[in-house]
Ligand binder design. Structure first.
Ligand SMILES: [Zn+2]
Ligand SMILES: [Zn+2]
Ligand SMILES: [Zn+2]
Length: 723
């Protein structure tokens, strides 16, 4: 070939979108967007991902280096996913070099994966390194093993031997077949063969719509309306015609029904891509998906980025769940919204499912007419709405946070041989240690939150940074010895209940109780089969558990979420209460303890009517200009020196004020409600706007400034966490 070809290569962690390299003739036919390559970078060889190829290059030839090697196709991603990466980068203001990391299993692009062996065994040499290889011929030895045995100096020696043609090298990505997924042995449940009339209607509407044009659907279905089966029937058609399907779930271990059903329906086709897998297991799944051997891909948000060829459908279950949103690292993407864009890019349908859709999705599927609404109003036979009773705690005696009335109901339920779930979204024993004399609440020295007492370990813990401390003898502020533990966490509820019901089995399910692997399935099983009578837990209980013999759900304190300084507080509280109440199948009761019976979430939960709640809430959002009517982006500035953080935030604010488009409202800078986390002070500027282009134009100015190294500046588009 007599023309020159170049490739733009994305190199992780460089804070730059891409670097341009020249292509050797023999590489030109093989190179496609998404291929992983080895390139020289700052005197090192690093891995990068091909962004695009081109025939022109602005740089002068001597400056430009060559792509040295193309790695096997197994570990490459697909060109369409590079397009998706490009969109995420632009929409969420994150360089490609950060975004690209979402698309590969951990360490695939970072770790040193070379391995070596002698070209011929019959070489004569006294060199210990060559002797070492000779003994092991024809096995390949990894770089890591060589360095472990011979030290860091062996690296250069190896390179020399490779150049001299004595040793050959190759790139090897280690994979390991995943350990079998632990299935909940609740396979007694039969899989329904025929849809109910309501489900049939939904299936018909779906087919009718996609026969004209694929689109995004909101499957709005009450808990117990059979959403999982509707997904399965739809998925089956895609899988049988040779296509792949991705199903996102908030957390696999908490959605036993989906995993159980999918395994039984799709067998070997299914793969679960989840956080308990090792890196090598993740890479194994990656390669199987890439080859089209695994075509039903189930997992949390990271599963969306697996290279599924012939993708035909994306399902996002529990689409309102906040775990789909990355809030810590850039890109701060929402997997649900990325899924919708991905669907449009591929021209395939996307189904967002929920019993309590986010206000954004509900609005998009109704007034805004962006999505198609599919509604399953009725619960399937064997399910009916629970009776909901609200207890005003202002008028109740409740020594340990549990009213006499709720205790009575627990007793009655147990006596009638039914089971009880007690829900409290606060782990630990007591959330406050307070001084009775001056009112001071013990705080974490590194974060601006109170310390929570954990009784078993006998320590105060910070739930944000993990800091631990013994209970002090005296108040840190006034020196008084008059300290008192206040408030109730799941551990305390468990203890109180255990003391009152000493002859029955009780368990707790929260992050602390199930940190050991396999605990969730064990508790699930024991509760399912009736060995456990009472289960105390956090919102982990609300996700996807379905127990036939559950007679009572008690919500210990419905006010925790309501008190958050966040415009979504009512929405979240309602969703949580609805999900927890939805655990009841038939003829059961839900008792909600609250100090705010008049709040919207609590006064409307009684009717178990999500639509009614949403319509009222949307009216407020419209009035005050919040999503979905106007959009939000949060700019978060962090640093160790409070005054400098304030000063720098003000500088950024002033810059934005000058560059901002007219409709953009700038709010702040103000300290975040959690002002300090891990010794870093946090300030926020909020942008409110209607048109994304205006945000884009306003934030362009950020690209021109250099962020001093002692600050971090994070752009969070469509944030869900404003704490
Ligand atoms: Zn009652
Ligand atoms: Zn004090
Ligand atoms: Zn802390």
């Amino acid at each position: 070939m007599n023309f020159k070809m170049y490739a733009d290569i994305i190199i992780p962690d460089t804070k730059t979108d891409f670097f341009t390299y020249r292509l050797k003739d023999e590489h030109i036919s093989e190179i496609t967007p998404g291929r992983v390559v080895v390139v020289p970078f700052k005197n090192k060889k690093v891995k990068g991902v091909v962004y695009r190829t081109k025939k022109e290059c602005e740089l002068q030839l001597p400056e430009i280096k060559w792509v040295e090697e193309i790695l096997p196709e197994d570990i490459s991603t697909l060109p369409t996913l590079i397009k998706l990466a490009e969109w995420i980068s632009q929409y969420y203001f994150s360089p490609l070099s950060e975004t690209i990391k979402l698309f590969f299993p951990p360490k695939t692009l970072e770790r040193e994966t070379k391995e070596y062996r002698l070209r011929q065994q019959n070489i004569e040499s006294k060199d210990p390194l060559i002797q070492y290889f000779k003994k092991r011929y024809p096995r390949w030895i990894s770089l890591k093993t060589v360095l472990n045995n011979f030290g860091e100096a062996a690296r250069r020696k190896l390179e020399k031997l490779v150049r001299g043609g004595i040793i050959e090298e190759r790139e090897k990505i280690y994979t390991r077949k995943e350990k079998e997924f632990r299935v909940y042995p609740v396979t007694t449940r039969s899989i329904p063969h025929n849809p109910t009339p309501a489900q049939k209607e939904v299936l018909r509407k779906f087919k009718e719509k996609i026969s004209h044009k694929p689109s995004t659907f909101l499957l709005f279905g009450a808990t117990g309306s059979g959403k999982t089966m509707v997904y399965s029937w739809i998925m089956k058609e895609f899988v049988e015609s040779g296509m792949s399907v991705i199903v996102l779930v908030p957390e696999i271990s908490l959605t036993p029904q989906i995993t159980d059903f999918f395994l039984r329906i799709f067998g070997d086709m299914v793969t679960f891509y989840h956080s308990a897998l090792s890196d090598a297991e993740r890479r194994w799944i990656f390669t199987r998906v890439r080859k089209g051997e695994k075509r039903v891909i189930v997992g949390p948000r990271s599963a969306l980025f697996l290279p599924a060829p012939q993708l035909g459908l994306i399902v996002v279950d529990e689409e309102h769940d906040t775990s789909y949103k990355e809030e810590e690292r850039t890109p701060c993407y929402n997997a649900r919204d990325v899924a919708v864009f991905y669907g449009n890019l591929l021209n395939i349908p996307v189904i967002l499912g929920s019993a309590t859709p986010s206000l954004e999705s509900f609005y998009n599927a109704t007034a805004a007419r962006k999505y198609t609404l599919l509604e399953l109003k009725e619960r399937i036979p064997g399910y009916s709405n629970p009776t909901i009773e609200i207890i005003d705690m202002k008028e109740e005696k409740a020594p340990a946070g549990i009213s006499i009335h709720l205790l009575d109901e627990i007793k009655k339920t147990i006596e009638s041989n039914k089971q009880v779930m007690l829900f409290l979204n606060r782990r630990g024993f007591s959330p406050y240690l307070i001084c009775r004399d001056c009112g001071y609440i013990m705080k974490c020295p590194h974060c601006s939150v109170g310390l929570v007492y954990h009784k078993k370990e006998g320590v105060l813990k910070c739930h944000l940074c993990g800091y631990k401390a013994k209970i002090p003898d005296i108040c840190l502020k006034c020196g008084s010895p008059n300290l008192k533990l206040m408030g109730v966490g799941t551990q305390k509820v468990e203890e109180v209940i255990k003391n009152l019901f000493s002859n029955i089995q009780i368990a707790r399910m929260d992050v602390d109780a199930v940190s050991k692997k396999g605990m969730v399935p064990r508790i699930y099983e024991d509760f399912y089969h009736g060995k456990l009578k009472i289960l105390v837990g956090t919102k982990m209980l609300g996700k996807g558990f379905d127990f036939p013999n559950l007679g009572l759900v008690g919500v210990i304190n419905a006010d925790i979420g309501l008190g958050m300084p966040d415009f979504r507080a009512e929405e979240r509280s309602f969703q949580l209460l609805y999900q927890v109440a939805g655990r009841i199948r038939k003829g059961g009761k839900v008792i909600i303890q609250t100090h705010n019976p008049e709040s919207r979430a609590i006064s409307t939960i009684k009717k178990f009517d999500y639509r009614a709640f949403v319509l009222n809430e949307l009216a407020d959002r419209k009035k005050y200009g919040y999503p979905p009517y106007r959009r939000l982006t949060s700019i978060e500035i962090e640093g160790r020196d409070l005054n400098k953080v304030i000063e720098f935030s003000q500088t950024i604010f002033n810059l934005l004020e000058k560059s901002k488009k007219q409709e953009v409202e700038l709010l702040g800078p103000a300290s975040c409600p959690r002002e300090k986390i891990r010794n870093k002070y946090r300030y926020r500027i909020l942008l409110k706007y209607k048109k994304y282009e205006n945000l884009n134009a306003t934030l362009r100015v950020l690209k021109e400034i250099k962020i001093p190294t002692n600050f971090t500046l994070k752009v969070n588009v469509d944030p869900l966490d404003l704490m």
